[in-house]
Design a protein around this ligand. Structure first.
Ligand SMILES: NC(=O)c1ccc[n+]([C@@H]2O[C@H](COP(=O)([O-])OP(=O)(O)OC[C@H]3O[C@@H](n4cnc5c(N)ncnc54)[C@H](O)[C@@H]3O)[C@@H](O)[C@H]2O)c1
Length: 438
């Protein structure tokens, strides 16, 4: 056994047996649930964020993340967890978990500014004995490229003083499965880092799956979301083919899904949204392009998915045309602008793309979304409509997001026609002559 092995095993033992402190960098959709999970599992927590308003709200017990209730936040605060804008407080941590944004830049290249800033924080607060684990989705090689230099900048040595790993976050906003219930993949930048990271994460989640390197863990996350992007694109393409042949794609998917093996249903829609499925494959594509490796599946999937809002608008024009109505000045009520069902997050939502295109054609638009706050709808230049409003003045209801909290039967009864991009009427078994599905 080498010295490094021995050091790692000693550290792993203390992380397994003792009460220790998790430092979370970035308290958003990923970081806050992680902080709450750590507190619920009896660990001490220091949560650091650069957003002072967010930190103040958290310390007052107000959660901005749907998956962490105010009651869970209260329990987290009661456990002694502290939320702060002072990065120096992170130096008390035994493990730093980084969950800062990793968006794409203007030309859809990775914007590494947040990870770079977090790495600078690590360089200033890292202490001997710490594990540093990146959870932000990113291209393979990031953890080695950004975090190992950060600890070296602090004058500390990998595997002697500090261990470094990557563990992708798989939290699914709006899903009942919580951070602690979702199996966690992890890989260290060295075998010793893997040993220490595994011990730490076993205190946080029930199920840990170890891979041989941080790079493998980074690519695992990209595989998961590229798989979704590609399959959604495939079914979006199939929906367009089925329409030409007058076949109901929803019926076909339900039929194929009766096969007990070898088929997983994906459903068409107005495009892909959120900050994972449309973005994550691009991290891989960017890295692959650098290495001159083609990424045909990723490129094709992006192309098909990005064109779905345009296709949806073409279909809406046809549906209205059949009723001798132009788009211009027709009252169209968008149902749901969140990027997926039952959440309040409207970032990167394809619904906005569809509505923007309809607005450009002069449609008279409104938006009913029981989850997205009305001020956000107004800020987007759209007219919010209350869930219990009389809808009889609307010509078309356009289902863009299949929130459960909408009375779809009542909607169909009040408007002239429904265009359903999510197949929700079929799923709920609501049969109306005035409903047209994508
Ligand atoms: N939201 C999801 O469903 C989800 C799921 C899996 C993975 N991810 C990935 O997790 C990462 C975080 O995503 P998110 O949705 O939690 O983002 P978010 O925008 O909700 O939260 C990020 C937080 O980090 C803070 N922050 C930014 N720069 C910082 C810095 N230098 N130091 C400290 N705090 C900083 C922001 O103020 C914000 O509060 C991203 O890489 C994302 O791709 C997100």
């Amino acid at each position: 056994m080498t010295d490094h092995d021995q050091l790692a095993q000693t550290r792993a033992r203390t992380l397994t047996d003792d009460r220790w402190t998790v430092g979370v960098i970035g308290l958003g959709y990923v970081g806050l649930p992680m902080a709450a999970t750590a507190a619920a599992r009896g660990l001490d927590v220091v949560g650091f964020d650069v957003d002072a308003t967010r930190v103040a709200a958290l310390n007052e017990g107000r959660s901005h993340v749907g998956d962490v209730t105010d009651a869970e936040l209260a329990a987290t605060l009661d456990s002694g967890a502290c939320f702060t804008t002072e990065e120096g407080q992170l130096s008390a941590a035994d493990a730093l978990v980084i969950a800062v944004p990793s968006p794409l830049g203007r030309n859809r290249q990775p914007d590494m500014a947040y990870i770079e800033a977090a790495a600078d924080t690590v360089a200033r607060v890292v202490r001997p004995g710490m594990l540093v684990s990146l959870e932000s989705t990113t291209y393979p090689g990031t953890t080695e490229d950004y975090l190992v230099p950060a600890i070296e900048k602090a004058g500390l040595a990998l595997d002697t003083d500090v261990w470094v790993s990557f563990s992708p976050e798989r939290v699914d906003p709006g899903n009942v499965k919580k951070t602690a219930d979702i199996p966690k993949v992890l890989g260290g930048v060295t075998p010793s880092s893997t040993v220490v990271a595994e011990a730490a994460y076993r205190r946080l989640v029930d199920n840990v799956h170890v891979v041989s390197s941080a790079r493998a863990a980074e690519l695992t996350k990209l595989l998961e979301n590229t798989y979704r992007a590609v399959n959604i694109a495939m079914v979006n393409e199939l929906a367009q083919i089925a329409e030409v042949f007058d076949i109901d794609i929803w019926e076909v998917i339900d039929a194929a899904a009766t096969k007990p093996f070898g088929f997983q249903p994906f459903y068409p829609g107005p495009g892909v949204g959120g900050h994972c499925i449309p973005l994550d494959p691009q991290f891989l594509a960017w890295r692959a392009r650098e290495a001159k490796v083609p990424t045909r599946f990723i490129d094709l999937a992006e192309d098909v998915n990005l064109h779905m809002p345009e296709y949806v608008v073409e279909r809406i024009i046809e549906v209205l045309n059949d009723r001798e109505r132009p788009v211009k000045n027709t009252r169209i009520l968008g149902l749901g602008i969140a990027y997926k069902a039952n959440i309040a997050d409207d970032r990167e939502s394809p619904a906005m793309d569809v509505l923007t295109r309809l607005a450009a054609r002069g449609a008279d638009l409104g938006v009913l979304d029981p989850h997205v706050p009305t001020e956000r709808i107004t800020a987007r230049g759209l007219t919010p409509v209350e869930p219990d409003a009389d809808l009889s003045g609307w010509t078309m209801a356009l289902v863009l997001t299949d929130h459960a909290a909408v009375d779809y039967a009542a909607v169909a009864d009040q408007v002239e026609v429904v265009f359903d991009t999510r197949g929700i009427y079929r799923r709920l078994g609501i049969e109306r002559d005035n409903v047209v599905a994508l």
